[in-house]
Write a protein that binds this ligand. Structure first.
Ligand code: SAM
Length: 294
């Protein structure tokens, strides 16, 4: 799989992809990352990438032409060249194979072109799982007030936001997307299952239970948050790690971990419980926590 990042600050990424799993995935040839300096695709003496907004107002806007050229260099064409293209807002009648969910045409199979934007749809683990199936993900990093909207209309498959806050540029967001998607590419994580059984794992990944109704997996998921982790020393800062984790009784450990997942999710992200795979036992535990706060 390849990520192509279009940015005015390629040096921003120095170091960011040179550690841990991300570095190893590249070294093993599982993933490649291309950095593309937007200024390379300008033709004036000042290498201008931005201009004042039509209609007035604060700030500058990234110009369409250099971005279009950068995308062209990656073999990504302007969708208006397709006979059935209409701008998003006017396009209910595209041929189905050319239509993405919101009605705009898609890029070539295996490629997704993404504009990082605070106005985008939320980037979630589910979006990351979809992107991990692609051969190529192209990430456009905005700056200033944003990117000329025609780049979104003509070239992008989706706008993605990494959260409800405003960053000063798309670079951090691109790094977040690369890191999250890359670890879901088959072979990148040592244990294939570990991506599935972390926080936000697919809701149906692991509802299999043993004869006593205890989930088989040691890990989180089922759409819940992960459980808390402990390591040596057994005592730290006056707090002892939970005894149950040290007694070697794996049935008890699995039960404890499941309960902790439920507690954490209820406390920090109760919204996730709606979409989670919950057994009767899970629901009973949740009721007990809600009723008694225990
Ligand atoms: N005027 C824009 C708005 O209010 O939505 C904010 C522009 S922001 C200062 C500059 C760039 O940072 C954006 O074009 C986008 O690429 C990136 N950015 C900012 N917040 C983001 C977020 N939450 N997720 C993804 N990218 C973001």
């Amino acid at each position: 799989m390849r990520f192509e990042i279009i940015t005015i600050f390629p040096a921003f990424f120095a170091g960011i992809f040179e550690h841990g799993i991300v570095r190893r995935a590249q070294a093993e040839g599982l993933v490649g990352i291309g950095l593309h300096d937007l200024r390379t695709f300008t033709h004036d003496r000042h290498r201008t990438v931005d201009d004042r907004p039509f209609g007035g107002g604060e700030g500058m806007v990234l110009k369409a032409e250099p971005l279009a050229e950068a995308l062209g260099a990656l073999g990504i064409g302007n969708k208006s060249a397709h006979p059935s293209f209409l701008p998003n807002s006017l396009s209910p009648t595209l041929a189905p194979e050319m239509r993405r969910k919101d009605g705009a045409p898609t890029s070539e199979a295996g490629t997704r072109v993404i504009l990082l934007s605070a106005q985008g749809r939320p980037f979630t683990q589910a979006v990351a799982r979809d992107l991990a199936k692609m051969e190529r993900v192209v990430l456009i990093c905005g700056r200033y007030e944003g990117v000329d909207e025609r780049i979104n209309e003509l070239y992008c498959d989706m706008e993605l936001s990494i959260g409800d806050y405003v960053l000063s540029g798309g670079e951090l967001a691109a790094a977040v997307v690369v890191d999250t998607v890359m670890r879901l590419v088959p072979g990148v994580l040592g244990n294939e299952a570990s991506g599935e059984f972390e926080s936000f794992g697919v809701a149906d990944a692991e509802i299999t239970t043993d004869e006593e109704g205890v989930p088989r997996s040691q890990h989180g998921s089922g759409g819940l948050l992960d459980y808390p982790h402990y390591t040596r020393p057994a005592e730290f800062g006056g707090l002892r790690a939970p005894e149950v984790l040290m007694n070697g009784d794996h049935l008890q450990i699995r039960k404890w971990r499941r309960e902790q997942q439920l507690r954490k999710t209820l406390k920090n992200r109760p919204d996730l419980l709606e979409g989670a795979s919950l057994s009767e036992e899970d629901r009973r535990i949740l009721d007990a926590i809600r009723n008694h706060g225990e």
